[in-house]
Design a protein around this ligand. Sequence first.
Ligand code: WTA
Length: 630
Amino acid sequence: MSDRLHTLSGYLYEYQKSIAQPEEFWARIADSFYWRKRWDKVLQWNFEEPDVRWFLNGKLNLTENIFEKNLYTLGERPAIIWEPNEPTEPSRTLTYRQLFEEVCRFSHALQSKGIGKGDRVIIYMPMVPEAAVAMLACARIGAIHSVVFAGFSSTSLADRILDCKAKAIVTADGNYRGNKQVPVKAIVDEALEKTSVETVIVYRRTGQEISMVSGRDCWWHDLIQGKPSAHKAEEMDSEDMLFILYTSGSTGKPKGVVHTTGGYMVYTKYSFENVFQYTPGDVYWCTADIGWVTGHSYMVYGPLLAGATTLLFEGIPTYPHAGRFWEIIDKHKVNIFYTAPTAIRALQAFGTGPIEGHDLSSLKVLGSVGEPINEEAWHWYHTHIGKGKCPIVDTWWQTETGGILISPLAGITPTKPAYATLPLPGIQLCIVDAKGKELTGNSVEGNLCITFPWPSMIRTTYGDHERCRQTYFSTYKNKYFTGDGVKRDHDGYYRILGRVDDVINVSGHRMGTAEVENAINEHPKVIESAVVGYPHEIKGQGIYAFVICDQSTPNESSLVQEIKETVASIIGPIAKPDKIQLVPGLPKTRSGKIMRRILRKIAEGSLDAMGDTSTLLDPEVVGKIIDGRK
Ligand code: WTA
């Protein structure tokens, strides 16, 4: 635990060291891991191409740093506590030893299906411990996992299967979500009508009726039958791919963000221990889904590398009642709780009644992630959940950053509501204006960039390196551009203001406006559409779609419903527009570009100050849209 920071002055000192001598700094942190062969060189990089490599020629297996390194001391400690959707169903606990044995069996299972180093495996699963087992088994045999959120549609799943040329899918028969039962395997079958994989491994969760294709599909429990509970891990290079995770951007289809082994391992453990001030024995609960990056870095990898007990919850915050989270904290004596502002706001709406009767005194640290947390939600969380005594870590990061980059260290960094506060050691931030000029000093606002590599940063976008360069490294020379707006206040504290590109953040889920538009346009009656985000009380941002339909539209409300369903079936229910307004035209410049600034104002309801509309091809259309909204 020598890498744990304990005081503010200690943090400031380490931060300075990490900037002055980054290689020495990260080498020291990395030295506490088990490497089969130590690296030759700590870092090699340029942001032009980009080409970033950490711990060059280091050989390791990440899972040996979870298991072999710790089994003697941690073997009997709970690794995963699983809480099912139904409170009446018993929870499950897997100790480090049991988890290790499961991972070993499943590693053999994958290999018995001919899956090995470098093969891509899609994991499309409910929130059950086996989802983590599948990820870790891939890491153990050197296969590259790509977890797809089980709420995505068959089309989204098929896109990802095709993009990464997956060899196998690990899935389940079904998924319990609140009072719903999602037919997971049926969705996989549908996706496989458009694509093909050699192997589908099905974990039995709900027991619902499913079809199994012989030669392709097999049951998880049959496959692990008789497999040994020990397994020799594959030797990986530090820069071998660990996983691909698809995420939305401003343009085109979701891209496969690639993370590699050594740097990701070092950074997720280091940041986990420091941000949450994890102490051995703590029970830690992150409510994210395994399909998002938070579910990778801070539900599975970071906590398990640190030897923590990580809680996995299958269900949703409001089922069977709005006190479900608080009931679970009480039941498992959770010490560290990490959730999203959207969940806090949703639960806040039920008042403090559902908290009553649940003992939350085990809590020491609260975390927030995924979107800006508004001050009201921050205070509610602090007062009613943390009882005024738990520091809140507002953690800013991205799928591409692999780990938390800006955050208080719990109990160490003085917090300010809605501020992510200060960068972690090793993270060199810079704020630029639209032209790329660096804004120095405090009390400035602009676009957030990072000027120096960190170990868990994105290496490429799978199969399309140019897209990675274009998206993140071409806007500002020699800088990684985050896509977020930020303010640095008079104290030098950072406050994230939200996306400055065409990405909207709905309940902490990233959505590209173009992606939603493309889905809307699939409806046969739709001619064109434009999607913007607008402030939404619970979700942070809601999706507002302006849609031009062909003239033969007898029933508007059923058409709106149909369009929503179209989006749900193409992307997934999370992308359903909250509001759809049928419009006669869209505000476009003479060159045909949609003026989203104007649409955003209309969606927000600020209908007066439209700014300059003189450059529009048809300025009158704005008035018509405003009238339509009223
Ligand atoms: C937003 C989630 C404000 C931000 C880990 C970022 C945040 C995007 C915060 C990445 C925060 C994440 N405060 N905004 N604490 N954390 N964001 O890839 O806009 O799903 O660019 O990663 O979420 O979303 P992603």
